[in-house]
Design a protein around this ligand. Structure first.
Ligand code: IMP
Length: 184
C-alpha cells in the first residue's frame, strides 16, 4: 500500500520508511509546504496543516508535526521548534540553559492521517534530558543535545534504527501502524 507523506524533511521520511517499509507500506514523499499556524498544541498545528492539504489534494496522506519541549524553559521551544532551530539553533538552547541543573526535556510528535474520509491523530512522546554539550553527527535538528531516559548517548550518537526505538516519531508511527493494521 502506498502512503503519501507530506513533508519537506528528508530525515523524517527516512525514519518513517524504517518503520513502514518492512510492513509493506511504500512511503512516497510529497513536499507541499502547508502553512504552520502558531498554536498552543502540536495537535492544532497538525490538524490545520492536514485540512489545508486535504483541500488541495483529496487523496489519502499523512503528515507530522513535532517539537522539542524543555521543562525548565516552560516547554520552549515547543511548537516554535523549527523557527528556533533556524534562528538560534541547539547552541542557543544550550546557552539558555547554562548553569541550570534541571535538564528534563521531551520530544513530542503528532501524526495526522487523512484516510480519504476523515483525519485521525496519533501522538508519540519521549522523555529525556538536555546534554551539556552537543554530541554525535547522526539525525537532525536537536538530536545532538537530547539524551533519552535510560541512555547515556544523544539521539545523534545512535543509528536511525536505535533512535526509532525510543523516539517520539517512532512511537507516533507505531500508533499509526496499529491503526492501519488493526483499525484501533
Ligand atoms: P516541524 O515538525 O517540521 O514543525 O519541525 C519541528 C522541529 O523540531 C524540527 O525542525 C526540528 O528542529 C525539531 N525536531 C523534530 N523532530 C526532531 C527529531 O527527531 N530530532 C531532532 N529535532 C527534531
Amino acid at each position: 500500500m502506498e502512503l503519501h507523506f507530506i513533508t519537506g524533511n528528508d530525515n523524517k521520511v527516512k525514519e518513517a520508511r524504517k518503520k513502514l517499509s518492512p510492513l509493506g507500506y511504500e512511503v512516497i514523499q510529497k513536499d507541499m509546504d502547508p502553512p504552520e499556524i502558531q498554536a498552543d498544541s502540536l495537535e492544532e498545528v497538525a490538524m490545520f496543516s492536514a485540512e489545508w492539504v486535504r483541500e488541495r489534494s483529496p487523496t489519502p496522506f499523512f503528515l507530522e508535526d513535532s517539537g522539542f519541549f524543555v521543562d525548565v524553559l516552560n516547554g520552549f521551544p515547543g511548537v516554535y521548534s523549527a523557527y528556533v532551530f533556524k534562528t538560534i539553533g541547539y547552541m542557543g538552547i544550550l546557552r539558555l540553559m547554562e548553569g541550570i541543573e534541571d535538564r528534563d526535556a521531551r520530544f513530542m510528535a503528532v501524526i495526522a492521517y487523512y484516510d480519504g474520509n476523515e483525519i485521525h491523530l496519533f501522538r508519540g512522546e519521549v522523555l529525556g534530558r538536555v546534554s551539556y554539550e552537543p554530541r554525535g553527527d547522526g539525525g537532525f535538528g536537536y538530536d545532538p543535545i537530547f539524551i533519552p531516559d535510560g541512555e547515556s548517548r544523544t539521539f545523534a550518537e545512535m543509528s536511525p534504527e536505535e533512535k526509532n526505538m525510543f523516539s517520539h516519531r517512532g512511537r507516533a508511527l507505531e500508533s499509526f501502524i496499529r491503526y492501519l493494521e488493526e483499525g484501533v
